[in-house]
Design a protein around this ligand. Structure first.
Ligand SMILES: [Cu+2]
Length: 139
């Protein structure tokens, strides 16, 4: 009977603690942002440890654009933040993170977001009216 308990307990050594799951991210996964974000905020379903904490954001050239200040929120240990170089230029970015769950397991993940910016909105071909005006003015 005693042995059965020991086996049972050793099978569930971390019962009560669970694997951290990312429940919210700002910017959101695959977001297309008109305004460059100032920071990245990740929220997990439970507090995470700061020991293996990492949060990096890289651009399409794999250059880091975060300020290297990834940290837990002072009031809420389930929130990880890092500020970004200002302003981010239009383009695609990848967020990579690593945290340690309460069950001691390391959780890693990554996702993308895009900064649209003014240039992508203005690269549309001129409207027929613009072309007509240009033609009239060029005569
Ligand atoms: Cu786990």
């Amino acid at each position: 009977m005693k042995l059965a308990w020991i086996i049972l307990l050793s099978w569930f050594p971390v019962s009560g603690f669970s694997h951290a799951i990312l429940v919210d991210a700002q910017p959101a996964q695959n977001a297309k942002l008109a305004q460059p974000p100032e920071k990245v905020t990740l929220r997990f379903d439970a507090p995470v440890g700061k020991r293996y904490l990492a949060l990096a954001v890289v651009n399409a050239k794999r250059q880091r654009v975060d300020q290297g200040d990834a940290a837990l929120d002072l009031l809420d240990g389930s929130i990880v933040k890092a500020s970004l170089k200002q302003p981010l230029s239009p383009g695609e970015y990848v967020v990579r993170y690593r945290v340690q769950s309460a069950d001691t397991h390391i959780v890693t993940g990554s996702y993308r977001f895009t900064v649209l910016g003014e240039t992508s909105a203005q690269t549309d071909t001129p409207s027929w009216l613009d072309r007509l005006l240009n033609w009239l003015l060029s005569r």
